[in-house]
Design a protein around this ligand. Structure first.
Ligand SMILES: CC(C)(COP(=O)(O)OP(=O)(O)OC[C@H]1O[C@@H](n2cnc3c(N)ncnc32)[C@H](O)[C@@H]1OP(=O)(O)O)[C@@H](O)C(=O)NCCC(=O)NCCS
Length: 152
């Protein structure tokens, strides 16, 4: 699999965004709004694709120049889930965040994905809250002094 940090508004960004919308929004009867996408111009977008150039998943990072980085929009196409792609993209996000001297990373995890982030050694913080109509939890991972933690 090939990992690529693609610029906002690139062809690969748009191809990936359409698939991400199918995985993260369509099951909720929702679509990305102009406002949803406008904020992404300031974020980093990781896309993973196969040697046949088929986009399989990705994630985005926010506030990369601060010590606490937000990971968002984590997705893998259903037919490729459970094959280690999620772990691979999270590890790459950690690598980039560390390269920017980030100390911690966090996400708003959907309840169904808590187990995945626990496997990535993230810890649940605080009370549940609603986002896009779904229960979410803040989950955090300490990047500093934890270099090998998600390897596996
Ligand atoms: C959650 C998601 C990103 C995980 O990606 P993935 O490629 O399927 O995950 P991986 O194959 O890398 O799994 C890594 C480990 O986490 C476990 N895991 C994956 N998804 C899990 C889940 N939903 N619950 C519990 N454990 C999970 C795997 O079994 C694996 O464990 P192992 O190391 O013991 O084998 C993917 O299932 C997905 O896109 N789901 C739908 C969208 C979504 O909910 N995104 C998260 C929004 S917060």
């Amino acid at each position: 699999m090939i990992l690529h940090w693609t610029p906002f508004d690139s062809a690969l960004y748009h191809q990936s965004m359409k698939l991400r919308e199918k995985v993260l929004r369509h099951p909720l009867g929702m679509q990305f709004t102009k406002e949803d996408l406008a904020i992404e111009q300031h974020q980093k977008h990781l896309v993973v694709y196969s040697s046949q150039k088929e986009v399989m998943g990705g994630l985005s990072l926010v506030s990369l120049d601060e010590s606490l980085v937000k990971l968002r929009q984590m997705w893998v196409l259903p037919e490729y889930q459970g094959m280690g792609i999620g772990r691979t993209v999270v590890k790459e996000a950690h690598r980039l965040a560390r390269a920017h001297h980030a100390q911690e990373i966090y996400c708003h995890a959907r309840e169904n994905a808590i187990g995945f982030y626990e496997k990535m050694l993230y810890s649940q913080k605080g009370s549940p809250f609603l986002e896009v109509g779904l229960t979410h939890y803040v989950m955090r991972y300490r990047l500093a002094n934890n270099e090998e933690a998600v390897h596996g």
